[in-house]
Design a protein around this ligand. Structure first.
Ligand SMILES: Nc1ncnc2c1ncn2[C@@H]1O[C@H](COP(=O)(O)OP(=O)(O)OP(=O)(O)O)[C@@H](O)[C@H]1O
Length: 223
């Protein structure tokens, strides 16, 4: 899995928010995106997830332009908003929701849902109405719902902003597990946590430019 950003820019009216000549992200890489309020982190992640169009340029995944990803259902690029959204129904229903008919049998589906709920520390809450969860539990549920889809790339917008130490630990474990399955991770965070520490690369959006602040040499083979 290789994601290539080719000359993207984003303008709002006359205001140029950013211009990024190139960026490559390899399989299983995790990136910490930093930047001041309003620098454009959310906008960049939404563009990478195909939720917003860049003003110019393109995003290529394994040689395929983002405009054609819909033809390849296994190209799953997911953006998780910092305020997690939950559907009506139980916690378990929420996790099942995205899967539709992707599993061959009900038993396979149940097993997979159970495994993801356990990873998210939500087993005891499986039958609870999702809307009654706490903020931290909703955040873990949103991540569980994304994880079960086995994404190619996951964008996490301030995923730990409202989490306590235990939830940060669980989210870190979930993200580690996704990385091990070759999922690329990009997360924005103003705080340094165990989650940001596991990132191999640090990027900073500043004055309209994307700067590579740190790249772990061990992972330079992906760059
Ligand atoms: N639809 C829009 N029209 C005009 N300006 C917009 C639009 N969406 C975002 N912006 C502006 O673009 C800038 C970047 O917003 P963005 O949410 O990407 O920043 P951010 O780096 O994620 O900030 P924060 O750290 O505060 O979450 C902001 O100044 C915002 O007001």
């Amino acid at each position: 899995m290789r994601i290539q950003v080719q000359g993207i820019s984003k303008k709002y009216g006359e205001r140029m928010l950013f211009s990024i000549p190139s960026l490559e992200i390899g399989s299983g890489q995790s990136l910490h995106l930093q930047g001041e309020n309003g620098a454009g982190k959310t906008t960049l992640m939404k563009i990478l997830a195909g939720l917003e169009r860049p003003s110019s340029g393109s995003i290529i995944l394994n040689g395929i332009d983002s405009r054609s990803w819909w033809k390849r259902p296994h190209y799953k690029v997911i953006y998780l908003h910092q305020t997690p959204f939950v559907f009506s129904g139980s916690v378990s229903d929420n996790v099942r929701f995205g899967l539709g008919y992707q599993f061959s049998s009900r038993r396979d589906l149940d097993k997979r849902v159970e495994a993801v709920l356990e990873l998210a520390g939500l087993t005891q809450l499986a039958m609870q109405e999702a809307r009654t969860l706490s903020g931290g539990e909703k955040q873990r549920l949103a991540l569980a719902r994304a994880a079960i889809l086995e994404p190619s790339m996951l964008m996490l917008d301030e995923p730990t902003a409202n989490l306590d130490a235990e939830s940060i630990k669980i989210v870190t474990e979930m993200v580690t597990s996704l990385s091990a399955q070759e999922c690329c991770i990009m997360l924005s965070s103003h705080q340094k946590t165990s989650l940001t520490q596991l990132c191999q690369r640090q990027l900073q959006l500043k004055a309209g430019q994307l700067l590579e602040v740190f790249a772990n040499p061990e992972y330079s083979k992906y760059a």
